[in-house]
Design a protein around this ligand. Structure first.
Ligand SMILES: *[C@@H]1O[C@H](CO)[C@@H](O)[C@H](O)[C@H]1NC(C)=O
Ligand SMILES: *[C@@H]1O[C@H](CO)[C@@H](O)[C@H](O)[C@H]1NC(C)=O
Ligand SMILES: *[C@@H]1O[C@H](CO)[C@@H](O)[C@H](O)[C@H]1NC(C)=O
Ligand SMILES: *[C@@H]1O[C@H](CO)[C@@H](O)[C@H](O)[C@H]1NC(C)=O
Ligand SMILES: *[C@@H]1O[C@H](CO)[C@@H](O)[C@H](O)[C@H]1NC(C)=O
Ligand SMILES: *[C@@H]1O[C@H](CO)[C@@H](O)[C@H](O)[C@H]1NC(C)=O
Ligand SMILES: *[C@@H]1O[C@H](CO)[C@@H](O)[C@H](O)[C@H]1NC(C)=O
Ligand SMILES: *[C@@H]1O[C@H](CO)[C@@H](O)[C@H](O)[C@H]1NC(C)=O
Ligand SMILES: *[C@@H]1O[C@H](CO)[C@@H](O)[C@H](O)[C@H]1NC(C)=O
Length: 848
């Protein structure tokens, strides 16, 4: 090797190490906070949150400053693949700081990123400022990115520091320039991350020191012909403490266009029909209050309705409050949410504490609360309005179930938005993104989101503002009414009902949609029908219960007994309308697929029959009837071997939602200790506290909430109140449900921190032996202990070592004592009832 090359390699390595982002001080601060909290009764849970987890390795997490469910999330926008704006990769440049982002989505170009502001140094004055995207971009200062709930900070390599702190629809930005430099700013009208500008205006009011800006932009994950509108209001004078000096407008490109209009105050641009990035905006300089500190405060209001409303939002939500005041208000909002789950910090491994609270943080980060900011058909709605629901296929499995344990008020508001989607569009939304309808993935996963709410809050629904009859009507519409185009809402209902599965290559004369994913759509539709069955049962509609129970079994119609893979027989496959199966190798689209170019997502060339998955993966997905799936596969023993093989051979995709339930499926084969071992392995192989600590896109906290359930030792079955019980990774936790006014403490007897590892060491206590559920007064509600009578008044067992029900536990409050043992031998069975399956009489009566 050439000497110079070695030199550069070493230099490069050194650079990489030296340029770590976020700042190492962040982790140090979190570690110290966790240590200090060991003896505190009311710890500051916000101090345990690392917002940068998932900002590398395509986690696509937005570490930006937001309040819980904030409509704005202030973060920098970077070059390269950065759907959430920010990435921790130090080789990417910063283009500016902007107020609108989503977190965890997988869109390739990104989502939002409108109204970027970039602080710049222009020693030669106004005319010499670099305004174009490429001209103004800069690297970061090493080890400087920082953040916390409600706060974001990044320092450029020219030592300009940018900070932001939010309210729901506005925020304060603080820029600190190096001493003796003149602060200039480039404000961008025509750029958002997906390069979707479709026309807009910018106006500078020099007297007010205000720039209003807004226009029409396109979706990050949906039809390109749909546009949404967004507006911003930048107040530049900090209540009169700062002065606007020079101002004007600019237009630029990378090929020589670099035009500036000093003193001009107006831009009115239309859609650039030839496409590509259109670069234009405002340029201005500010005089700070204190030239020595050289610190500038900018107030930003956002609205999806008008510039007037954007200004009013900033005025009402921030007014003249200072940066530190807004930051403290945001912190308190976060603290209130994060305190809904409290753990024994002293007894828990610090990394687990950090992973849990960072996951909880993201579980309250999205969807974005745009109530009062609705547009289009929702403009006049009285309902709550949430943006960025993408996609329901991701979030129904763990995100909403976690919300159901502690936050029914927030959950009900989001359910309201789903039902309102049905009122205004005719079907419930699947993948609302950027206020627009996005692509459907598995069908109408909203059914499982509202269904899960209904079964948990039947008694309180009305008080929470939800009419369950209306909710049910919305679900039935999803199942029965064929939309004209099922790519953006609804399902391909007519042919599904006619054939009992979504047929491949079928003549469909009643609707359009991309003819792909027939296998996975059948499986998801069937599970959506199960959700409807559950609500029909709740509302005492026996005929509907029968209808939707039958339809929930349609998954059986695509089981092809003849397909074999790795010695295992029987797989789901897509199927022609004449009944003949279409063979696809079950390995296709799995991590073991050698074909790097195979299309596995929404592409028309995806001929595999499954969405973002292999048949190996989806052939383990029948959450409502796993007992029958076990029969199809050949009985418990073969099933356990097959699940083992699935993991050991590498078909499992930790970052993919259809895989979420697989690690705990041993429960259904009466082998709960294997689920415990598998979950430990999954967590420690795929999750961590670094920027790369997620196995894939966070998908609006789908991944975060899966991890939270794994840490808590629970797994939810959507649209049911049943929870599978595993082995908590913390010795004690309490879930508070402020709306119900109850708190439930899970106390782990024989907890052993040594078991919290990828492989549970022999002798480490980790396996569930017994569960006892106690009322707040200490009386035993039920117990797996043989003679619970000795402990008080026992009711008949309503669960087993493997599962319990919300109505016996978190609904009522009290204590759940989980006793662990190192002895796998004696506890590797549910010791009573298995978790429910439709075909074995499960859910035969609604719990209310
Ligand atoms: C917590 O308090 C106990 C008893 O007062 C003490 O021994 C221990 O060192 C404290 N732990 C921490 C982390 O401060
Ligand atoms: C970081 O960004 C650089 C520049 O775009 C890119 O070449 C590199 O692959 C990225 N690294 C990672 C780990 O993504
Ligand atoms: C901006 O331009 C559009 C046409 O492109 C026009 O309809 C609109 O009135 C203009 N706005 C102003 C304020 O001039
Ligand atoms: C905790 O996280 C750090 C940093 O990622 C890692 O080095 C350490 O191994 C982790 N410890 C455990 C017990 O997982
Ligand atoms: C959403 O915003 C509305 C209007 O401010 C508020 O009433 C509601 O509580 C918010 N909901 C959540 C979940 O943040
Ligand atoms: C449901 O399926 C059963 C058994 O196949 C059948 O007897 C019954 O008529 C079906 N009910 C409805 C409402 O489709
Ligand atoms: C069903 O249709 C497919 C596609 O046209 C054809 O290949 C197959 O032979 C047909 N099966 C039967 C049983 O007719
Ligand atoms: C790989 O997949 C592509 C796209 O589906 C397909 O056209 C091609 O034939 C496949 N290659 C092999 C070797 O199977
Ligand atoms: C039940 O009673 C036994 C014997 O009195 C006691 O040791 C045990 O801690 C009790 N269990 C619970 C869950 O209270």
């Amino acid at each position: 090797m050439d000497f110079r090359l070695i030199f550069f390699e070493i230099l490069w390595l050194f650079t990489l190490l030296a340029l770590a982002q976020p700042s190492p001080a962040l982790q140090q601060r979190i570690s110290d906070a966790i240590k200090d909290a060991a003896n505190q009764t009311n710890p500051d849970y916000t101090a345990f949150v690392n917002p940068f987890i998932g900002t590398a390795k395509d986690g696509n997490v937005c570490p930006g400053a937001s309040i819980p469910f904030g409509m704005v999330k202030f973060s920098t926008d970077m070059t390269g693949y950065a759907p959430a704006g920010y990435v921790s990769n130090v080789s990417e440049y910063i283009r500016g700081l902007s107020p609108l982002h989503d977190s965890g989505t997988g869109s390739s170009l990104g989502t939002y990123g409108n109204f970027e502001i970039m602080p710049v140094l222009c020693p030669g004055g106004f005319e010499t400022c670099t305004t174009s995207l490429n001209g103004r971009q800069r690297f970061r200062k090493p080890d400087s990115d920082d953040g916390a709930p409600g706060y974001f900070s990044l320092t450029l390599d020219n030592n300009i520091k940018m900070e932001a702190t939010p309210t729901r629809r506005s925020g304060l930005e603080r820029f600190t320039f190096p001493p003796n430099t003149k602060p200039y700013f480039v404000l961008d009208l025509a750029n958002d991350l997906p390069v979707s500008f479709a026309g807009g205006e910018l106006n500078i009011d020099p007297e007010l020191g205000r720039i209003t800006i807004g226009g029409r932009y396109g979706s990050s994950f949906g039809p390109g012909r749909f546009n949404y509108q967004a507006f911003a209001c930048y107040d530049l004078l900090d209540g009169g403490k700062q002065k606007l000096e020079e101002f004007g407008v600019w237009t630029a490109d990378n090929y020589g266009l670099n035009a500036k209009g000093l003193g001009l105050t107006h831009l009115n641009l239309s859609l650039n029909l030839i496409g590509g990035v259109y670069q234009s905006g405002a340029l201005f300089s500010l005089l700070p209050e204190n030239p020595e500190a050289n610190e500038l405060n900018v107030r930003v209001g956002i609205s999806f309705r008008s510039t007037e409303q954007a200004c009013a939002n900033a005025e009402s939500e921030i007014g003249s409050a200072t940066f530190d005041e807004i930051r403290e208000r945001a912190r308190l909002l976060w603290l209130e949410k994060l305190s809904r789950i409290e753990i024994d910090v002293a007894g828990s491994p610090p990394n687990v504490t950090e992973m849990l609270y960072s996951s909880l943080y993201r579980s309250f980060l999205t969807p974005n609360n745009a109530t009062g900011e609705s547009q289009g058909v929702f403009a006049d709605t009285n309902a709550f309005y949430f943006d960025s629901l993408y996609c329901s296929w991701d979030t129904f499995r763990t995100f909403f179930p976690l919300l159901s344990l502690h936050s029914p008020v927030e959950y009900a508001q989001i359910v309201d938005t789903y039902i309102d989607g049905w009122r205004k569009h005719g079907w419930m939304p699947e993948c609302r993104a950027n206020n627009l309808q996005g692509w459907t993935q598995g069908g109408t996963s909203a059914d499982n989101i509202v269904g899960h709410f209904a079964v948990h809050y039947y008694n309180e629904a009305q008080r929470l503002g939800i009419d369950l009859q209306e909710l049910y009507q919305a679900m039935v519409t999803d199942a029965e009414v064929n939309p004209p185009e099922w790519n953006i809402q609804g399902r391909q209902v007519n042919v599904y009902k006619q054939y009992g599965y979504v047929p491949f290559a079928v003549l469909d004369t009643s609707s359009t949609g991309r003819q792909t994913r027939e296998g996975s759509r059948t499986l998801e539709y069937a599970f959506e029908d199960f959700a409807i069955r559950q609500v029909a049962q709740l509302l005492d509609k026996p005929e509907d219960v029968e209808r939707y129970t039958n339809m929930s079994l349609f998954y059986r119609n695509i089981w092809d007994t003849s397909v074999e893979s790795d010695g295992f027989k029987g797989f789901f496959q897509k199927r022609y309308s004449n009944g003949t199966f279409f063979y696809n190798n079950p390995i296709d689209c799995s991590p073991n697929d050698k074909n790097e170019t195979r299309a596995c997502s929404l592409q028309g060339t995806n001929t595999n029959g499954f969405y973002e998955s292999s048949s190996w993966e989806y052939s383990l997905f029948v959450p409502h009837d796993t007992a029958y799936l076990i029969e199809l596969i050949g009985g418990r023993e073969t099933f356990v071997k097959r699940v083992d093989h699935f993991f050991d051979k590498g078909y499992y995709l930790a970052g993919n939602e259809p895989s979420f339930q697989t690690p705990v499926e041993y429960h259904y084969a009466d082998r709960p200790t294997k689920s415990v071992q598998r979950v430990r392995e999954v967590v420690f192989q795929n999750f961590g506290i670094g920027p790369g600590g997620l196995p894939g896109n966070d998908d609006q906290a789908a991944m975060a909430t899966l991890l939270a359930f794994h840490i808590l030792g629970l797994y939810p079955v959507p649209s049911t109140t049943q929870y599978l019980v595993l082995s908590p990774m913390v010795p004690r936790y309490t879930i508070h449900n402020p709306f119900l006014g109850v708190s439930t403490t899970v106390r782990v007897v024989n907890y052993d921190a040594k078991s919290v590892a990828e492989k549970i060491p022999p002798g480490a206590s980790a396996y569930v032996k017994d569960i006892t559920v106690l009322a707040s007064d200490g009386t035993v509600r039920w117990s797996t202990v043989e003679d619970p009578a000795t402990n008080g008044t026992a009711t008949p067992s309503r669960g087993s070592r493997c599962h319990f029900d919300f109505y016996d536990t978190f609904r009522l409050g009290g204590e759940i004592v989980i006793t662990l043992t190192p002895d796998t031998h004696h506890v590797d069975s549910c010791g009573g009832s298995l978790p429910d399956s439709i075909s074995t009489g499960g859910w035969n009566k609604a719990r209310k």
